[in-house]
Design a protein around this ligand. Structure first.
Ligand SMILES: Nc1ncnc2c1ncn2[C@@H]1O[C@H](COP(=O)(O)OP(=O)(O)O)[C@@H](O)[C@H]1O
Ligand SMILES: [Mg+2]
Length: 226
């Protein structure tokens, strides 16, 4: 099993208030699935995604990715693990404004002390797969929203991750651009056998996946494979 989530709980405290964002979520995701997560705002979708990717730590429960219990890793090892094993795609792209498309794509491996020269052929290949051959030296502010998100997808793939996590990847795009991004994601997943977990509030976006999880009030309400 690629990913195992066991009895995951996450509690936030805000002053006197305690917010139980996750109240015991368990699930398993085998390799190659494209999983969509839907649910009302505040139901815990992003919290679940962040815990799956080791961006935050659970209050209790476990996340086991590729056989490794990520809760046991030190902060340093967890950040290495994230960089090597995970690809993240966010609603607002999270590209560095001073870097070119090529450098943004290369960044996760540049941080791992590889040289741009070593990484460049693969970064160019991924940008090519995303239809961005002619945008390689552009900075984010010279790109459209759809192009920025395609750069972000290429960046998510540069380390050949085990798992790609996407939080509302089309939330900041018009519907036509969003559909082209989802088509690219799905085709890439089919071609490479990559596993994707995507949070979305858009049923049409969710339909690109082959499994649908519904969250409500911090619990998994339903789980259907389509
Ligand atoms: N860092 C935080 N501090 C305090 N409360 C938080 C934090 N992150 C999320 N929450 C709360 O946890 C609940 C679930 O949030 P979230 O996972 O972002 O929901 P969703 O992505 O489904 O909209 C919400 O009530 C939210 O306000
Ligand atoms: Mg969210």
């Amino acid at each position: 099993m690629l990913l195992q989530v066991r009895s995951l709980e996450k509690t936030y405290s805000r002053g006197e208030e305690t917010i139980r964002a996750l109240r015991g979520v368990s699930l398993e995701i085998p390799e190659g699935q494209f999983v969509s997560i839907m649910g009302p705002s505040g139901s815990g979708k992003s919290t679940l995604l962040h815990l799956m990717g080791g961006l935050d730590r659970p209050s209790s429960g476990q996340v086991i990715l590729g056989g490794e219990s990520i809760d046991r890793l030190s902060d340093h090892d967890l950040s290495l693990f994230r960089r090597r094993k995970l690809g993240f795609i966010f609603q607002f792209f999270n590209l560095l404004p001073t870097l070119s498309a090529l450098e943004n794509v290369a960044l996760p491996r540049l941080l791992g002390n590889e040289s741009l020269k070593e990484i460049e052929p693969r970064a160019r290949e991924l940008l090519g797969m995303m239809g961005l051959e002619s945008r390689i030296h552009h900075k984010p502010d010279q790109l459209s929203g759809g192009e920025m998100q395609r750069v972000a997808i290429a960046r998510a793939l540069i380390s050949d991750p085990l798992l790609i996590l996407a939080d509302e990847p089309t939330g900041n795009l018009d519907s036509k651009t969003g559909e082209s991004i989802l088509t690219l994601l799905r085709d890439m997943a089919l071609k490479t056998g990559k596993t994707i977990v995507m949070v979305t509030h858009d049923p049409k976006a969710a339909s690109y996946g082959n499994r649908l999880l519904r969250m409500r009030d911090g619990v998994l309400e339903s789980d259907e494979t389509v």
